[in-house]
Design a protein. Structure first.
Length: 345
């Protein structure tokens, strides 16, 4: 008798990702997510959602949430995501996400969630005051992915642990319910430019929507003057740029700006550094970076403003996407209900 390899998921390749509607999108979101979405839509079946269910794990103003959803959708479209190629939809418009999340709540183990570092970071010393949703949202995240049987997920390093949890939940479901390879074990997509863009005020902190300083980030809706001013004010150091990246390892702000320039131009950072070796920031590098940032982000912001002035157009895209998403999710959930043994399944 020989050991046989476990069966491998054989369904189609499919990518899924989403962004929360909980603040203004910035350069880090653009380079780390939106640019990747526009490329991936040509490579495999792509589902891109607005994560409004995740957003309410912390307080959101109900009067603003719908417009915030439209703003994220406008950013997808303005960045080049084609709603005829990719499925763009609001998470809350597809109830299959929540239904599968409950099944996964009964599959996932408490100890797995206790190890999630993002909850510890967000809750700090006052975890008893946080919502249950904030604690269990990685389980909903697993449902987001697996309700479409997505095989690939673009993630930053801060989300890699959650994707590992998704893989654990998928494997345990397949095992516990004797459904070999029913769910895929999704793979992380981390390659590409701009995977981690840091704050303009602190090169050791990730660029964030929640940073209280607006000068820490380049927002997609910033006008040209604001973008240029923020680049000029970006923290640097007095030394000229060196010849190699190794010489920047203890200069996080300088390394970050070189990385931003490289990502915006689609060039290797080492190549950018060679171009500016020996030069200072104020007279040479920063003016060129400001011009480049305006050239890349300006058209995106202008198109976002145009789309947001016509919310009906965005709503048509979201409604069509929600219908297509439900058509993909419903058969998978129906199979789950049958596997679990629900009445009437």
């Amino acid at each position: 008798m020989t050991d046989q390899a476990p069966p491998v998921y054989s369904g189609p390749s499919r990518v899924l990702s989403g962004v929360q509607p909980s603040g203004a999108l910035h350069l880090g979101n653009y380079l780390g997510a939106l640019v990747k979405f526009t490329r991936l839509q040509h490579e495999m079946d792509t589902f891109i959602f607005v994560a409004d269910m995740h957003a309410i794990t912390v307080w959101q103003d109900p009067k603003l949430l719908a417009s915030q959803v439209r703003e994220i959708a406008a950013a997808y479209l303005a960045a080049g995501v084609d709603p005829k190629k990719a499925t763009i939809f609001p998470q809350s418009a597809v109830p299959e996400h929540a239904e599968l999340a409950w099944v996964f709540n009964c599959v996932a183990r408490l100890g797995w969630l206790d190890r999630m570092t993002q909850f510890k970071d967000k809750a700090g010393k006052h975890k008893e005051r946080e919502s249950v949703g904030l604690y269990t949202y990685p389980v909903l995240q697993a449902a987001d992915i697996l309700v479409y049987k997505a095989t690939h997920v673009p993630v930053g390093e801060d989300q890699r642990q959650h994707l590992e949890l998704t893989r654990d939940i998928a494997a345990k479901f397949n095992h516990d319910f004797d459904a070999p390879a029913f769910f895929p074990l999704p793979e992380a997509l981390t390659e590409g430019p701009g995977a981690r863009i840091m704050s303009l005020r602190d090169g050791s902190a990730k660029m964030s929507k929640s940073d209280p300083s607006d000068n820490s980030r380049l927002n997609l809706l910033d006008d040209a003057d604001t973008i240029a001013q923020k680049v000029r004010k970006a923290r640097t150091d007095p030394d000229p740029l060196p010849a190699t990246l190794d010489e920047l390892k203890d200069r996080p702000e300088a390394l970050n700006l070189i990385g931003i320039y490289a990502a915006l131009e689609g060039r290797p950072p080492a190549e950018v550094l060679t171009e500016f070796t020996g030069q200072g920031f104020g007279q040479s590098f920063k003016p060129k970076l400001a011009d480049l940032a305006v050239a890349r982000l300006g058209p995106v912001g202008a198109e976002m403003r145009r789309l947001m002035a016509d919310p009906a157009e965005i709503d048509r895209v979201l409604a069509d996407g929600a219908e297509r998403a439900r058509a993909a999710a419903a058969p998978n959930l129906a199979q789950v209900k049958k596997i679990v043994g629900y009445w009437g399944a």
